[in-house]
Design a protein around this ligand. Structure first.
Ligand code: FE2
Length: 305
């Protein structure tokens, strides 16, 4: 079956281009491709010409996920499976493909209404990627840019959609309580990266977070420092997840959804991989500092601390 190879790009519609440019370059350590225009800009992090399209608009949310396939036959195969399953497929125009710097693309919506694109033939950069901020660089290229976590409505239907039409495989589930919230997240992979896609319900925006993975552990600490000293708000402190073993922290992007900056994620070998269900979000850490502070204050006021 023709399958998605990797998470090729993400498109965000953002209300503050200036803040995103600072965030993308000074915090995440990516570089702006070409000159920034009024309508937006794109960011580079590896051998691909660009991985993030930052577009001006009021939504402050995900505008598209770009899934890469090998070539025209694979694109055709996915378009046919979408159509056969009753989903609408829009053929991208040459102008739309040119805007993404790919040879061809189609557009679709997943069962929760998240906008997706499938493409082949991305433009590769002429020079190796170098960052003065993240000197060791990112784990990306053939593993894709990282992962994206999006909203779902019916988890089983969502999983079946991405399995049967796009060829994603189940990695595992996390189901637990987290500071009064019910967590039920499904993790799926398209290559060796533990997950390129994850989804769950109970989210206000289409996207919960995206993750990029540095090649050294110190980069995570240095990004944490840069983010704190820029006045950024941490969403979850440093910690390690039980399933992909990612050592990471989460912060708020200028659009209000989150980013995860990590190191050391496990890789999946399909020959021996056994999907399982985890009962906690993290082995340690990944705590929400604002909620902890409130809980601490409340405990003190109650004379318990
Ligand atoms: Fe994540």
């Amino acid at each position: 079956m023709s399958s998605v190879m990797q998470l090729g790009y993400l498109v965000f519609e953002v209300s503050d281009l200036d803040a995103w440019e600072k965030f993308g370059t000074k915090i995440l350590g990516m570089s702006v491709v070409d000159e920034r225009g009024d309508r937006g800009f794109s960011l580079r992090m590896d051998g691909y010409q660009q991985r993030f399209f930052i577009e001006a608009g009021p939504a402050d949310d995900l505008a598209a996920i770009g899934w890469q396939v090998k070539g025209p036959a694979e694109l055709e195969g996915i378009a046919k499976r979408l159509t056969d399953a009753g989903h609408q497929v829009l053929q991208g125009t040459p102008e739309q493909a040119a805007a993404r710097n790919v040879q061809a693309l189609i557009r679709f919506e997943d069962p929760a209404g998240n906008p997706g694109e499938v493409f082949y033939g991305p433009k590769m950069a002429d020079t190796p990627f170098e960052s003065k901020v993240v000197r060791s660089g990112f784990v990306a290229d053939e593993q894709g840019l990282g992962h994206v976590v999006i909203v779902s409505k019916d988890d089983a239907a969502h999983q079946a959609f991405y399995e049967t039409i796009f060829g994603f495989k189940l990695s595992d589930y996390i189901r637990c309580e987290y500071f009064g919230h019910k967590i039920d997240v499904t993790f799926m992979h398209a290559n060796r990266r533990h997950h390129s896609l994850a989804f769950g319900g109970g989210q206000n925006k289409r996207i919960h977070h995206f993750m990029v993975q540095a090649k050294s552990m110190d980069e995570v600490g240095m990004c944490y420092d840069r983010f704190l000293f820029s006045g950024g708000m941490v969403h979850q402190t440093l910690g390690r997840h039980p399933n992909d073993k990612m050592f990471s922290f989460y912060g708020y992007t200028p659009s209000g959804f989150h980013f995860e900056f990590g190191y050391g994620g496990v890789e999946v070998d399909d020959a021996s991989w056994e999907p399982t269900t985890y009962g906690k979000v993290s082995e340690w850490g990944h705590h929400p500092p604002q909620l902890l502070t409130k809980a601490y204050r409340k405990a003190k006021e109650g004379g318990k601390s």
